[in-house]
Design a protein around this ligand. Structure first.
Ligand code: PMP
Length: 435
């Protein structure tokens, strides 16, 4: 996320091979992939079956335009997804990645209200959130560093707070701040005028942007009730949390959240194909009607993408990787706690399943973040990479301030031994930068 230069002349190792949780570079160095790239690779690297499924579909038929044809892989994939998605009577719109999925869902929300004769157009997001790098997705997200260079913005978004007990704006007990945050959301909806608010978008469990913040249990039921009462659609962004990452197929399940719209990507094809999914409930879909969503990308409904997604679903199921994520995730949480729990600069260790984060602070008592000029996260990531472990940077705290977050999201195939080694290597990297 951010800061990427164009393709030539980059001073980076040349990745040549991957197997399971490891990546090997051209100099023969092996890296333990503690982040599955950008928390993408669920089923691990180098799974030959996925390559075979992609090759077979390409050989049969790689591409036919989505407005003219459907396909057997596309139909089977949509059926299989409907069986696991937390969205009632789920209708799936496959695209090429998370940002496209978010844009698609935002347009679905707008189309839904228009079809009902309502001019609802404002989308409410949350402080510190990230929903993609396209204009609309940046607008509903709130990463100022990514938005600021492109201002002025489209101006159809508003933002409310993110509940998380470690940094909570709520005056009530932070572990029970869910209801308070839902009330804040309701105040914002009322202030904007419910007749103007189309949707609320949020990650059920915050991913990399805020570093694996798990909301209190009372949050999502309260939010769902507020949104339903005001006719505001709930969009669950499961781009990072979907497909087993948090120990359930989708993170919404942890909270009984039943979204109207859901977006997924990353784990869907595990990095083997650029695949994203915008999902609407049957009720939303039927209200919009097939003809009224004037939308589509050249690579929407890609046949090879569907074949890759299906093969990844099979692999996740056959190898019971959703359960593995829960088990290895608990192990990783405990291993990080054992090695870093008493470290003077470790403020919080958190997460769910194999989505974990370590928040680094100047002072544990005041929870003060390090000054940006100290580039703490960047230095820990560099120390880790030099020692052979890949860590992902988180960029902000739940209260909207900048922070130092080490995010871990290894492939769900990580072994017990690798979990311990991952925690060792992360602790060593932290110790090197913050002795
Ligand atoms: N939403 C969330 C929660 C994400 O983490 C990301 C990617 N980091 C996106 C959306 C955007 O996905 P993509 O980079 O595939 O466009």
């Amino acid at each position: 996320m951010g800061g990427h230069v164009f393709a030539r002349g980059r001073d980076l190792p040349v990745a040549v091979r991957g197997q399971g949780c490891e990546i090997v570079d051209a100099d023969g160095r092996t890296y333990l992939d503690g982040s599955g790239g950008a928390i993408v690779v669920g089923i691990g690297h180098g799974v030959a079956e996925i390559g075979a499924a992609i090759a077979a579909q390409s050989a049969d038929l790689a591409y036919a335009h989505g407005s003219a044809f459907t396909g057997t892989a596309l139909e089977e994939y949509a059926d299989r997804l409907a069986g696991i998605l937390p969205v009632p009577d789920a209708r799936v719109y496959p695209v090429s990645g998370g940002s496209e999925a978010v844009e698609t869902a935002l347009k679905m929300a707008r189309a839904y209200h228009l079809a009902r004769g309502e001019d609802r157009h404002i989308v409410i997001g949350r402080s510190g959130s990230y929903h993609g790098n396209t204009r609309g997705a940046l607008d509903v997200g709130s990463r100022d560093g990514l938005r600021a260079p492109y201002l002025p913005w489209l101006g159809q978004a508003a933002h409310t707070g993110t509940p998380y007990e470690y940094r909570c704006a709520s005056p009530v007990h932070p572990q029970a701040c869910g209801q308070w945050h839902a009330t804040q959301l309701e105040s914002l909806i009322e202030q904007l005028g419910p007749q103007r608010v189309a949707a609320f978008i949020a990650e059920p469990v915050s991913g990399a942007a805020l570093g694996a913040c798990v909301p209190p249990q009372d949050y999502w039921p309260a939010v769902q009730e507020v949104c339903a009462r005001h006719g505001v659609l709930v969009v669950a962004d499961e781009v990072m949390t979907g497909f087993g990452r948090t120990g359930t197929w989708f993170a919404s399940e942890h909270f009984g959240l039943v979204p109207d719209l859901l977006v997924a990507a990353k784990g869907a094809a595990s990095g083997y194909w650029p695949l994203g999914l915008a999902v609407a409930s049957g009720a939303v879909h039927d209200t919009i009607g097939e003809a009224s969503l004037t939308h589509g990308f050249t690579y929407s409904h890609h046949h090879v993408g569907a074949a890759a997604g299906l093969a990844v679903l099979d692999y996740l199921t056959e190898h019971e990787l959703v359960t593995a994520s829960a088990v290895r995730g608990d192990q990783l949480g405990a291993a990080l706690q054992a090695r870093l729990g008493e470290h003077p600069h470790v403020g919080d260790i958190r997460g769910l399943g194999l989505l974990r984060a370590v928040e680094l602070v100047v002072n544990r008592d005041t929870r003060t973040p390090f000054p940006r000029s100290e580039r703490v996260t960047e230095r820990v990531l560099a120390a880790g990479k030099a020692a052979g472990v890949l860590i992902y940077p988180g960029t902000g705290c739940a209260d909207g301030t900048d922070g130092d977050l080490l995010v871990l999201g290894p492939p769900l195939v990580i072994t017990s031994e690798q979990v311990e080694r991952l925690a060792d290597l992360v602790a060593t990297a932290v110790g090197e930068v913050l002795p």
